[in-house]
Design a protein around this ligand. Sequence first.
Ligand SMILES: [Fe+2]
Length: 275
Amino acid sequence: MPLCTKIKFKKSLYEIIKYDVCAFYHSEMYLFLTFYVIKLWQMRDDFFLITNQQESDLIENGFVPLPQIKNDSIDQVEINDLIAARDKIYTSGTDFHQKYIKKKGIYTKLKKDLRIIAKKYYKKNLEYNDTYEITRITKGSQKSESYLGHFDSHLFTLVTPILIPKNSSKESGQLIVFPKIRKEPKNELINVIDKIFYKKYHSKDRFTQLMKSKKYKEFDFTDEVPVLFLGRVTLHGNRGFHQEMENYRITLLTHFFDPSPKYGIGNILRQIRSR
Ligand SMILES: [Fe+2]
């Protein structure tokens, strides 16, 4: 292309762009684009996985079912391996749990959503990587595991059912929660004092007594739908088994964000447990 043609071409291109930018600036397109830029800015806090309704249910009721992260493909061989490899009731960091976390975006999506909620409602300084995974494998005959009412140290607890005995017994390890039975403790001292006060519900008699006077919710998990609850303010425990003593019950417990300091009671207990 001769030089003069090149210059002409560049000049005309410049004119076109200049004209288009002006026209664009004065047109409805400009408003349209501005609207979308604002919308995108507002959307920066939108959730990846949970819905706005689920967010308000969690905060208002203290718990919310999350059918979107149901563990939909259960391989019996994997379950058998999990049972065979267990050496205690609570096992941390199993491959099975990690696989579920990866498959359902628990740490890539749900954790991000929960961080937004934690900041919004609790205004806590959170360690984003603070999560705690436990695979809970119980058998009918383990009576010691029933009605141990307690609070978790982490803000959010996700219970994902994996293997649930299919029977209609009233005592088959159902989860019982007393949502928001206490307020979020203002500091670690109040947290410890509260925990000592509620320690008395670490027995079947006291726990069932409390069920008569306080509002509670029971989950049998036969629908296999995971439940997310506010772990620090929700007293919770499991029923025992009276039938089918040979059956196993497996749940994945995923905890998010312990706001207590490193010397906090929850952190110390976890350090002891992991030894
Ligand atoms: Fe718990």
